[in-house]
Write a protein that binds this ligand. Sequence first.
Ligand code: URA
Length: 238
Amino acid sequence: MRLDKLLANMGYGSRKEVKELCKKKKVTLNGTYVKDASQHIDPITDHIQVNGGTVSYKPYVYIMLNKPKGVISATEDIQDKTVVDLLQLDIQQYNPFPVGRLDKDTEGLLLLTNDGELAHVLTSPKKKIEKTYFAKIEGFVTEEDITKFASGVVLDDGYETKPGKLVVKKEGEISEVELTITEGKFHQVKRMFKSVGKKVVYLKRIRMGMLELDNSLRLGDYRELTNNEVNALRQKNN
Ligand code: URA
Protein backbone atom coordinates (compact mmCIF):
# COMPACT_ATOMS: atom_id res chain seq x y z
CA MET A 1 0.00 0.00 0.00
CA ARG A 2 1.18 3.55 -0.68
CA LEU A 3 2.43 5.35 2.41
CA ASP A 4 0.64 8.63 1.58
CA LYS A 5 -2.61 6.76 1.07
CA LEU A 6 -2.27 4.92 4.36
CA LEU A 7 -1.52 8.11 6.32
CA ALA A 8 -4.25 10.06 4.55
CA ASN A 9 -6.76 7.30 5.31
CA MET A 10 -5.69 7.34 8.93
CA GLY A 11 -6.42 11.02 9.23
CA TYR A 12 -2.94 12.56 8.98
CA GLY A 13 -4.16 14.97 6.31
CA SER A 14 -4.64 14.93 2.56
CA ARG A 15 -2.08 13.16 0.40
CA LYS A 16 -0.63 16.59 -0.40
CA GLU A 17 -0.33 17.38 3.31
CA VAL A 18 1.30 14.01 3.95
CA LYS A 19 3.82 14.83 1.21
CA GLU A 20 4.56 18.10 3.01
CA LEU A 21 5.02 16.25 6.32
CA CYS A 22 7.56 13.99 4.62
CA LYS A 23 9.38 16.99 3.12
CA LYS A 24 9.58 18.51 6.60
CA LYS A 25 11.15 15.28 7.91
CA LYS A 26 8.22 14.48 10.14
CA VAL A 27 7.74 10.93 8.86
CA THR A 28 10.04 7.95 9.32
CA LEU A 29 9.87 4.47 7.88
CA ASN A 30 11.77 1.88 9.91
CA GLY A 31 13.82 4.70 11.44
CA THR A 32 14.70 6.49 8.19
CA TYR A 33 13.17 9.79 7.06
CA VAL A 34 10.73 9.28 4.21
CA LYS A 35 11.56 11.23 1.05
CA ASP A 36 9.08 9.66 -1.31
CA ALA A 37 5.58 9.78 0.18
CA SER A 38 4.20 7.62 -2.61
CA GLN A 39 6.45 4.67 -1.85
CA HIS A 40 4.87 1.34 -1.10
CA ILE A 41 4.99 0.00 2.41
CA ASP A 42 3.75 -3.05 4.27
CA PRO A 43 1.38 -1.65 6.88
CA ILE A 44 1.74 -4.69 9.10
CA THR A 45 5.51 -5.24 9.21
CA ASP A 46 6.86 -1.73 8.56
CA HIS A 47 7.31 0.69 11.47
CA ILE A 48 6.02 4.13 10.62
CA GLN A 49 6.28 7.21 12.81
CA VAL A 50 4.78 10.66 12.37
CA ASN A 51 6.13 13.45 14.58
CA GLY A 52 7.83 10.77 16.67
CA GLY A 53 4.60 8.89 17.35
CA THR A 54 4.09 5.36 16.09
CA VAL A 55 1.36 4.89 13.54
CA SER A 56 -0.57 1.85 14.62
CA TYR A 57 -2.28 0.35 11.68
CA LYS A 58 -5.23 -1.90 12.38
CA PRO A 59 -4.91 -5.10 10.42
CA TYR A 60 -8.56 -6.06 10.52
CA VAL A 61 -11.75 -4.36 9.55
CA TYR A 62 -15.26 -5.49 10.55
CA ILE A 63 -18.18 -4.03 8.65
CA MET A 64 -21.90 -4.38 9.25
CA LEU A 65 -23.74 -3.80 5.98
CA ASN A 66 -27.48 -3.50 5.52
CA LYS A 67 -27.49 -5.33 2.22
CA PRO A 68 -29.99 -4.09 -0.34
CA LYS A 69 -31.60 -6.27 -3.02
CA GLY A 70 -29.84 -6.54 -6.35
CA VAL A 71 -26.25 -6.91 -5.16
CA ILE A 72 -24.50 -10.20 -4.75
CA SER A 73 -22.55 -11.47 -1.74
CA ALA A 74 -19.17 -11.81 -3.42
CA THR A 75 -15.98 -9.79 -3.75
CA GLU A 76 -16.17 -9.52 -7.54
CA ASP A 77 -18.48 -10.40 -10.37
CA ILE A 78 -18.36 -9.81 -14.10
CA GLN A 79 -22.05 -9.01 -14.34
CA ASP A 80 -23.50 -7.82 -11.06
CA LYS A 81 -22.66 -5.22 -8.48
CA THR A 82 -21.19 -6.84 -5.35
CA VAL A 83 -21.47 -5.99 -1.68
CA VAL A 84 -17.80 -4.93 -1.76
CA ASP A 85 -18.64 -2.38 -4.47
CA LEU A 86 -20.87 -0.67 -1.89
CA LEU A 87 -17.88 0.08 0.37
CA GLN A 88 -15.74 3.20 0.15
CA LEU A 89 -12.16 2.72 -1.05
CA ASP A 90 -10.72 3.35 2.43
CA ILE A 91 -12.55 0.20 3.56
CA GLN A 92 -12.02 -1.75 0.34
CA GLN A 93 -8.26 -1.44 0.75
CA TYR A 94 -8.49 -3.94 3.62
CA ASN A 95 -9.80 -6.54 1.16
CA PRO A 96 -12.89 -7.43 3.16
CA PHE A 97 -15.07 -10.31 2.05
CA PRO A 98 -18.62 -11.28 3.02
CA VAL A 99 -19.00 -13.76 5.89
CA GLY A 100 -21.45 -16.25 4.44
CA ARG A 101 -23.91 -15.40 1.73
CA LEU A 102 -27.26 -13.74 1.29
CA ASP A 103 -29.18 -14.27 -1.94
CA LYS A 104 -29.26 -11.46 -4.48
CA ASP A 105 -32.86 -10.65 -3.49
CA THR A 106 -32.27 -10.93 0.29
CA GLU A 107 -31.73 -7.82 2.38
CA GLY A 108 -30.24 -7.16 5.76
CA LEU A 109 -27.33 -8.00 8.00
CA LEU A 110 -24.13 -8.97 6.27
CA LEU A 111 -20.77 -8.94 8.00
CA LEU A 112 -17.71 -8.19 5.90
CA THR A 113 -14.22 -8.62 7.25
CA ASN A 114 -10.67 -9.58 6.32
CA ASP A 115 -10.37 -11.60 9.55
CA GLY A 116 -10.37 -15.09 8.07
CA GLU A 117 -10.23 -16.80 11.44
CA LEU A 118 -13.38 -15.16 12.77
CA ALA A 119 -15.13 -15.65 9.43
CA HIS A 120 -14.30 -19.35 9.57
CA VAL A 121 -15.72 -19.70 13.07
CA LEU A 122 -18.90 -17.84 12.18
CA THR A 123 -19.58 -19.98 9.13
CA SER A 124 -18.47 -23.34 10.54
CA PRO A 125 -21.49 -25.71 10.73
CA LYS A 126 -20.02 -27.17 13.92
CA LYS A 127 -20.39 -23.87 15.75
CA LYS A 128 -24.14 -23.71 15.09
CA ILE A 129 -24.22 -19.91 15.00
CA GLU A 130 -27.83 -18.72 15.10
CA LYS A 131 -29.09 -16.59 12.23
CA THR A 132 -32.47 -14.92 12.46
CA TYR A 133 -34.44 -13.89 9.40
CA PHE A 134 -37.52 -11.73 9.07
CA ALA A 135 -39.66 -13.04 6.23
CA LYS A 136 -42.95 -12.34 4.51
CA ILE A 137 -44.73 -15.50 3.46
CA GLU A 138 -47.56 -15.95 1.00
CA GLY A 139 -50.53 -17.35 2.92
CA PHE A 140 -51.14 -18.28 6.54
CA VAL A 141 -48.32 -19.83 8.57
CA THR A 142 -49.79 -22.52 10.81
CA GLU A 143 -49.04 -24.16 14.15
CA GLU A 144 -48.24 -27.26 12.12
CA ASP A 145 -45.52 -25.35 10.23
CA ILE A 146 -44.06 -24.19 13.55
CA THR A 147 -44.01 -27.76 14.86
CA LYS A 148 -42.48 -29.12 11.65
CA PHE A 149 -39.75 -26.47 11.63
CA ALA A 150 -39.02 -27.20 15.31
CA SER A 151 -38.13 -30.79 14.52
CA GLY A 152 -36.46 -30.09 11.17
CA VAL A 153 -37.88 -30.33 7.64
CA VAL A 154 -36.76 -32.22 4.57
CA LEU A 155 -35.56 -30.02 1.71
CA ASP A 156 -36.05 -30.71 -2.01
CA ASP A 157 -32.71 -32.54 -2.23
CA GLY A 158 -33.55 -34.85 0.67
CA TYR A 159 -31.48 -32.98 3.26
CA GLU A 160 -33.07 -32.90 6.70
CA THR A 161 -32.51 -29.54 8.35
CA LYS A 162 -31.62 -28.94 11.97
CA PRO A 163 -34.48 -27.56 14.07
CA GLY A 164 -35.57 -24.01 13.29
CA LYS A 165 -37.44 -21.66 15.59
CA LEU A 166 -40.38 -20.12 13.77
CA VAL A 167 -42.30 -17.25 15.33
CA VAL A 168 -45.34 -15.73 13.65
CA LYS A 169 -45.28 -11.95 14.02
CA LYS A 170 -48.34 -11.13 11.93
CA GLU A 171 -50.99 -13.42 10.54
CA GLY A 172 -52.64 -12.76 7.20
CA GLU A 173 -52.70 -13.40 3.46
CA ILE A 174 -49.08 -12.32 3.68
CA SER A 175 -47.77 -13.56 7.01
CA GLU A 176 -44.80 -12.00 8.75
CA VAL A 177 -42.47 -14.33 10.61
CA GLU A 178 -39.08 -14.62 12.22
CA LEU A 179 -37.11 -17.79 11.66
CA THR A 180 -33.95 -18.68 13.56
CA ILE A 181 -31.72 -21.38 12.11
CA THR A 182 -28.20 -22.59 12.82
CA GLU A 183 -27.23 -23.64 9.31
CA GLY A 184 -26.59 -21.89 6.03
CA LYS A 185 -27.59 -24.23 3.22
CA PHE A 186 -28.18 -22.73 -0.20
CA HIS A 187 -31.53 -20.84 -0.20
CA GLN A 188 -32.25 -22.50 3.13
CA VAL A 189 -35.08 -20.30 4.39
CA LYS A 190 -36.86 -20.28 1.03
CA ARG A 191 -36.49 -24.04 0.71
CA MET A 192 -37.70 -24.68 4.27
CA PHE A 193 -40.91 -22.82 3.49
CA LYS A 194 -41.17 -24.58 0.14
CA SER A 195 -41.06 -27.90 2.01
CA VAL A 196 -44.32 -26.92 3.75
CA GLY A 197 -45.84 -25.65 0.50
CA LYS A 198 -45.25 -21.93 1.11
CA LYS A 199 -43.44 -19.15 -0.68
CA VAL A 200 -41.12 -16.52 0.76
CA VAL A 201 -41.87 -13.17 -0.87
CA TYR A 202 -39.49 -11.04 1.19
CA LEU A 203 -36.43 -11.99 3.19
CA LYS A 204 -34.17 -10.00 5.45
CA ARG A 205 -31.52 -11.20 7.93
CA ILE A 206 -31.75 -9.37 11.23
CA ARG A 207 -29.31 -11.24 13.49
CA MET A 208 -26.19 -13.37 13.26
CA GLY A 209 -24.79 -14.81 16.50
CA MET A 210 -24.57 -11.93 18.95
CA LEU A 211 -24.74 -9.35 16.19
CA GLU A 212 -28.00 -7.55 15.51
CA LEU A 213 -28.69 -5.44 12.45
CA ASP A 214 -28.38 -1.78 13.40
CA ASN A 215 -31.80 -0.36 12.54
CA SER A 216 -30.36 3.07 11.90
CA LEU A 217 -28.54 1.73 8.82
CA ARG A 218 -30.49 2.35 5.65
CA LEU A 219 -30.34 -0.19 2.84
CA GLY A 220 -26.86 -0.05 1.30
CA ASP A 221 -25.38 1.72 4.33
CA TYR A 222 -22.73 0.22 6.56
CA ARG A 223 -20.65 0.95 9.62
CA GLU A 224 -17.66 -0.57 11.38
CA LEU A 225 -18.45 -2.83 14.31
CA THR A 226 -17.71 -1.44 17.74
CA ASN A 227 -14.98 -3.16 19.78
CA ASN A 228 -17.72 -4.57 22.02
CA GLU A 229 -19.48 -6.11 19.05
CA VAL A 230 -16.27 -7.69 17.73
CA ASN A 231 -15.41 -9.03 21.19
CA ALA A 232 -18.92 -10.40 21.67
CA LEU A 233 -18.70 -12.25 18.35
CA ARG A 234 -15.29 -13.64 19.29
CA GLN A 235 -16.12 -14.66 22.86
CA LYS A 236 -19.43 -16.26 22.15
CA ASN A 237 -17.92 -18.36 19.45
CA ASN A 238 -14.72 -19.64 20.98
N1 URA B 1 -32.00 -18.38 3.20
C1 URA B 1 -32.38 -18.04 1.95
O1 URA B 1 -33.24 -18.68 1.36
N2 URA B 1 -31.77 -16.98 1.38
C2 URA B 1 -30.85 -16.23 1.99
O2 URA B 1 -30.36 -15.26 1.41
C3 URA B 1 -30.47 -16.58 3.30
C4 URA B 1 -31.06 -17.66 3.88
